[in-house]
Design a protein around this ligand. Structure first.
Ligand code: F0G
Length: 488
């Protein structure tokens, strides 16, 4: 599927491996603690990888959020930040970057992506409720919409739920269903349509420009606004260059401008989009700006810092420009493609085509013997940490929230996400991940289920506590020792 490598280097031996166009100048030492310590850490952390301490983690593949590598240019910019409560020059530099990269004139800074979701939900859902059609939910977006009394409807095509697919744009919205939902619900009950770039929870799958154009056409027909979650915008644009007919020779800047130009409101987590901290909401519509403006000082801070330090604002501005660099943006998707292909070819069920953010293991298939009531993706995340020291993230039913009556809702997919933050890991580390996952797949029958012992009412996956339903971790360790001896 992958077109020309943006790094434009061919290997004489025909090998197809990612080649980095950067060098490492600052490093952080890692620990690989013994398997017994990893077992103890799992019990201390309630079998929830969010609750592990990084001193017990070898490769941190939990997320790319705030963990992408920073560039020397970003660090340099942080040194010249302008500390001021109001009117900081750092803010104006960021505003200019938003205007030049995202092509939006009005910008509201917020402390991270979910703060933007809070503001949008507060402004447009709180008083009247309403239904938000979206390609697919993200955990924090859903939590904010429902907290303010709104509901969501997910409108992906059926193919998006096929985990081993070759469809290049599984994040596309079903246009016929969208029109049907609008007609049935009534325009007045739809505050906005939400499109998520590189749809996170289905395996970082992009949508196409063609699809976004169709969403825009329907939105215009009914007079509804389109909101873009641009947290993974750069990678979605990169995959458009790779996969969408007609965009073979387009640039990142052109595709990003097209995407944001088709949406009325663009919001993002800068923790992901521009490798730093913070977030923002931007628009070209002064009315929208006025509708949202007052909520920033209420929830975040003054309008020229929005709860973010000026140093982070500088890094965010530089990071936005860097998003236009295809040789930088390609780095994570290429590693992911490498890992997905390597694992798939050895029988490990992976979400295909390879998406962005991370490689996603299909835990429902891999742990087919574990019922969904015992959280196969959570169990796989715990088991993989145990045998490798690598921390992934459960993206399945534990990450789902209960319905209004308090009933458990089971996720469409049970995924273990192995995030590949940009420019952080080496190829030999990725090969280690491959090796341990292949081993675990061979011994998958030893993995058992989990049950909740502590369940917080909101976003339970963050701090929830679980325990194994049987003593399966000891059996897994016994097999590990048999095969690996005293190797870590
Ligand atoms: N939207 C998307 C698509 C995201 O992936 C995230 C965060 C957010 C919104 C919220 O942004 O964390 O800055 O408040 N995703 C992280 C992840 C947490 O690990 O996938 P935030």
């Amino acid at each position: 599927m992958s077109k020309e490598n943006p790094v434009k280097v061919k290997f004489y031996n025909g090998e197809n491996i990612p080649l980095e166009l950067h060098k490492v100048r600052v490093v952080q030492k890692l620990n690989l603690v013994p398997v017994e310590r990893r077992l103890a850490a799992l019990y201390e952390g309630g079998f929830n990888t969010f609750r592990l301490s990084t001193k017990d983690v070898f490769l941190d593949m939990l997320t790319d959020s705030g963990t992408n590598a920073m560039s020397d240019q970003q660090i340099a910019a942080m040194m010249q930040a302008d500390d001021a409560y109001a009117g900081s020059q750092s803010f104006f530099r960021l505003q200019k970057a938003v205007e030049e990269v995202l092509k939006k004139k009005y910008f509201l800074p917020v402390h991270q992506g979910r703060a933007a979701e809070n503001i949008l939900s507060c402004a447009y859902i709180k008083k009247k409720g309403g239904l938000i059609p979206m390609n697919y939910h993200f955990t924090t977006a859903l939590a904010h919409i429902t907290q303010y009394g709104g509901r969501i409807v997910e409108l992906l095509y059926g193919e998006a739920y096929n985990l081993s697919s070759s469809h290049p744009f599984k994040g596309n919205m079903d246009i016929e269903k969208l029109e049907q939902v609008i007609r049935e619900t009534g325009v007045e009950n739809i505050p906005f349509i939400r499109m998520e770039a590189s749809t996170n929870l289905i395996g970082g799958q992009p949508f196409s420009i063609q699809n976004l154009r169709e969403v825009r056409r329907v939105a215009d027909k009914y007079g509804i606004r389109v909101v873009l979650d641009a947290s993974l915008l750069g990678e979605n644009a990169y995959l458009i260059l790779q996969r969408e007919p007609g965009f073979e020779h387009a640039t990142m800047a052109e595709v990003i401008a097209l995407m944001t130009g088709l949406c009325d409101i663009v919001y993002f987590s800068a923790r992901k989009l521009s490798s730093s901290r913070g977030g923002g909401i931007c628009t070209n519509d002064e009315t929208i700006y006025r509708e949202l403006e007052a909520l920033v000082p209420l929830f975040e801070g003054f309008l020229t810092y929005g709860g973010i330090s000026v140093r982070e604002i500088e890094a965010m501005a530089v990071g936005l420009y860097e998003t236009l660099d295809e040789t930088m943006i390609c780095q994570s998707p290429q590693y992911i493609e490498y890992l997905v292909k390597a694992l798939s070819s050895q029988g490990v069920p992976m979400v295909t085509p390879p998406g962005v953010l991370g490689a996603h293991v299909d835990a429902m298939t891999l742990c087919g013997h574990i019922p969904q009531t015992q959280y196969p993706a959570g169990a796989l995340a715990a088991a993989f940490y145990l045998v490798s020291g690598v921390r992934g993230m459960e993206r399945g039913s534990i990450s789902n929230q209960r319905d209004e009556e308090g009933n458990e809702t089971y996720a469409d997919m049970e995924l273990l996400r192995l995030a590949v933050p940009r420019r952080v890991f080496t190829l030999s580390q990725i090969k280690y991940v491959e090796d341990r996952m292949v081993w675990l797949h061979r011994h998958r029958h030893l993995i058992g289920g989990l049950k909740f012992v502590y369940e917080p009412p909101v976003l339970r996956f963050f701090m929830g506590g679980l325990e194994p339903v049987s003593d399966w971790p000891s059996q897994l360790i016994a097999q590990f020792k048999k095969d690996f001896g005293d190797s870590l």
